[in-house]
Design a binder for this molecule. Structure first.
Ligand code: DOR
Length: 446
C-alpha cells in the first residue's frame, strides 16, 4: 500500500470491533465516508483520530420500525425530533411507517416525506408505502421508488386509517410487486367482535385480552397462506406470542420475524398496573409465558430483526380513559441502552444485538452499504460503553412526546457515539449538527 493509501479522514483507534467474524481488537480507517481499512494502525495517519480503548465499535445500528408522524401528526412527533432521538440512542438509520396524515399511499406522498427529511433528519432514512384497497394495483410500481424499504400492511386497525382487513384485498396487495412486505398481523374481524371487552374493562390491563393470542395467530396464519399463494416474502412485524413463533419457525423460507424490546422487557399484568395506558400498544404486551417464548426465539435465531416500533402519543392523549387512549410507545432512543443492559444481564450476547440491529436488517431488506463493519461499506458506527451505568430519564428524550415508559430505569451499557458516513452525529449525549441524514438505498431498486 502506498503512503497516500494509508491516509484517512478519520481513524477509530484500538477499540473492540464487532465484525462479521465476531469481536476483533482493531482500528478502522475511514475515507470519504466509507470504511477504507480494518487492521493494524502502525503507519496510519488521519486528520482526526478517536482513541476508543475500552469501548466497543458496532456497525451503525438500524431501527427498521419507527413512526415519526410527519406530516399531519407533528404534535406527537416529527422527523427532526424523531431522528434526533434515534441518533442520541445510537441509531444511524430508520425505516419510517406510513400511517401519517395523509397516509403514505402515492409517489407524491413518498416524495414529500423524502423532501421534508432533507436538512432536518439526523439519521439516514427510508419511508414505507402503505397498502390500501385504493393503491393495491399500483404497489408493484410504488415499491420500486427510491427511498422506500417497500410496502407495509396493517391487517388490524391501529393508529390511523390504514387497513387491509379481508383476504381478497390482502391477496391483491401481495400479488402486486416482488419485494418483501412488512405486515402488522392482527385479525380485524376478531378485533371488532371483541371490542366490547375493552369498553367494559375501562383499563389497559384488558388490552391483551381484547387483542388476544388468537387475534394475532389467526392473522399470521392468514398472512402466510396468502404469501404462499402469491409467492411473496413477508416480514412479520412485532411478533408477540409463543404460538406465532412456533408457527413462523416452519415458514422461514418466506417469512422473516421481528421482535421489539418492549415485548422482551415488560410483561402483563405488572406493566399495566404500573404504567396504565403508557404500556398500551398493538399488538399488546402479554404475560410471562409469551415473554419467555420471545426470548427463546431470540436465542434460537427464529427472530431475524429487532425494531423499536417507536410510536409516540402525547401524555394528554394517553390520559384519555381506556380504550379511547391511543396505542403505541416511544422507543427509538431507548432500544440500544435497553439491549446493552440485557447483554450485561447475560440474556443475549453483544454479537446477537449486532445481528438483530445491523446484520439482520441488512440481510433481510438488502440495504446497500450499511449494517456491517466491512471495507467499502458506509462508515456508520455505534460506539458503546458496555460498563457505563446510567439512568434512563425523561429529560434525555428528544421525542416530542417528552417521556419514555422506561423513565427511572438504571441500565448497564450506553451508546456514547453515533457516527454516520464518517461524521460524528452524537458524542456523549450531545448532538453535533447540522442534521445531514440521507435516503437509504436497496439492492432490489438500485
Ligand atoms: O401500538 C401501536 N402504535 N401499534 C401500531 O401498529 C401503530 C402504532 C402507532 O402508530 O401509534
Amino acid at each position: 500500500m502506498s503512503a497516500a493509501g494509508r491516509d484517512f479522514d478519520l481513524i477509530l483507534r484500538d477499540a473492540v470491533c464487532v465484525t462479521p467474524a465476531g469481536r476483533v481488537e482493531a482500528s478502522i480507517g475511514v475515507r470519504a465516508g466509507k470504511i477504507a481499512a480494518i487492521g493494524d494502525p502502525a503507519s496510519w495517519r488521519a486528520a482526526e483520530t478517536l482513541a476508543l480503548r475500552g469501548l466497543h465499535v458496532l456497525p451503525g445500528l438500524i431501527d427498521t420500525q419507527v413512526h415519526f408522524r410527519e406530516p399531519g401528526l407533528e404534535h406527537k412527533e416529527d422527523l427532526a425530533a424523531g431522528t434526533a432521538g434515534a441518533a442520541a440512542g445510537g441509531i444511524v438509520a430508520v425505516f419510517e411507517m406510513p400511517n401519517t396524515k395523509p397516509s403514505t399511499l402515492t409517489a407524491g406522498d413518498l416524495a414529500e416525506k423524502l423532501e421534508r427529511a432533507k436538512g432536518r433528519a439526523w439519521t439516514d432514512h427510508a419511508f414505507y408505502v402503505g397498502a390500501a384497497a385504493e393503491n393495491a394495483d399500483a404497489l408493484g410500481t410504488l415499491e420500486r421508488l427510491p427511498g422506500t424499504p417497500g410496502v407495509k400492511i396493517f391487517m388490524g386497525s391501529s393508529t390511523g386509517s390504514l387497513l387491509v382487513a379481508d383476504d381478497a384485498t390482502l391477496m391483491r396487495v401481495l400479488a402486486h410487486g416482488s419485494r418483501r412486505v412488512a405486515v402488522h398481523a392482527e385479525d380485524e374481524m376478531r378485533l371488532e367482535a371483541r371490542k366490547p371487552i375493552a369498553a367494559a374493562a375501562g383499563h389497559a390491563r384488558a388490552h391483551p385480552e381484547w387483542r388476544d393470542v388468537e387475534t394475532a395467530l389467526t392473522a399470521t396464519r392468514r398472512l402466510l397462506a396468502a404469501a404462499r399463494a402469491t409467492r411473496r416474502r413477508v416480514h412479520v412485524l412485532h411478533v408477540t406470542t409463543e404460538e406465532e413463533m412456533a408457527f413462523l419457525a416452519g415458514h422461514k423460507d418466506i417469512a422473516s420475524v421481528e421482535v421489539l424490546p418492549q415485548h422482551l422487557i415488560l410483561s402483563a399484568p405488572g406493566c399495566y398496573e404500573r404504567l396504565g395506558s403508557l404500556a398500551q400498544m398493538n399488538p399488546p404486551i402479554r404475560d410471562e409465558r409469551h415473554r419467555a417464548a420471545l426470548w427463546r426465539a431470540v436465542n434460537d435465531f427464529t427472530v431475524d430483526v429487532m425494531g423499536s416500533d417507536h410510536a409516540p402519543h402525547t401524555r394528554e392523549e394517553k390520559a384519555k380513559p381506556y380504550p379511547a387512549s391511543p396505542s403505541g410507545l416511544p422507543g427509538v432512543q431507548t432500544m440500544v441502552p435497553l439491549m446493552l443492559d440485557c447483554v450485561s444481564r447475560g440474556l443475549l450476547p453483544l454479537e446477537r444485538v449486532v445481528d438483530l440491529l445491523a446484520h439482520g436488517p441488512q440481510r433481510v431488506f438488502g440495504i446497500v452499504g450499511k449494517g456491517r463493519l466491512a471495507v467499502g461499506y458506509d462508515a456508520d458506527f455505534t460506539v458503546v460503553d458496555l460498563g457505563a451505568r446510567r439512568e434512563i430519564r425523561n429529560a434525555w428524550i428528544h421525542s416530542r412526546c417528552g417521556y419514555t415508559p422506561f423513565d427511572g430505569m438504571t441500565v448497564t451499557g450506553w451508546p456514547v457515539m453515533t457516527i454516520i458516513r464518517g461524521r460524528t452525529v452524537m458524542r456523549e449525549d450531545e448532538l453535533i449538527g447540522p442534521p445531514a441524514g440521507e435516503p437509504l438505498r436497496f439492492f432490489e431498486t438500485l
